[in-house]
Design a protein around this ligand. Sequence first.
Ligand SMILES: [Cu+2]
Length: 124
Amino acid sequence: MKKQSIFGRLSLLFISFTIALSSLVFHAAPALAETHTVLMGSKSGQLVFEPSTLTIKAGDTVKWVNNKGFPHNVVIDGQDALSHKKLIQKPKESVETTFSEAGEYSYYCAPHRGAGMVGKITVQ
Ligand SMILES: [Cu+2]
């Protein structure tokens, strides 16, 4: 009986220690990067990005999903490496860009720029 009780106390101590340690690890972990979805072509079929403006944090990813009125593409002003100039043809096909630097990024869809298919991403 006594042995069991010592063992019980030891395991309780071990559990407390594990919980303390894991909460320490949890708090030390940086905020997780998020992925934000933007539809290319609104649900009602308009030639717009939805949402057309977005505020994200540095390190976050924007995922553009082909919705309606395609083909579309994503050309970010002055940012060739972050752009997706190839036309996206298939329904639900998507492209992604991770924004690691803060700033304002204006972008447009080349075939629909004249129709006002433009967007802006603010990276904080
Ligand atoms: Cu378009």
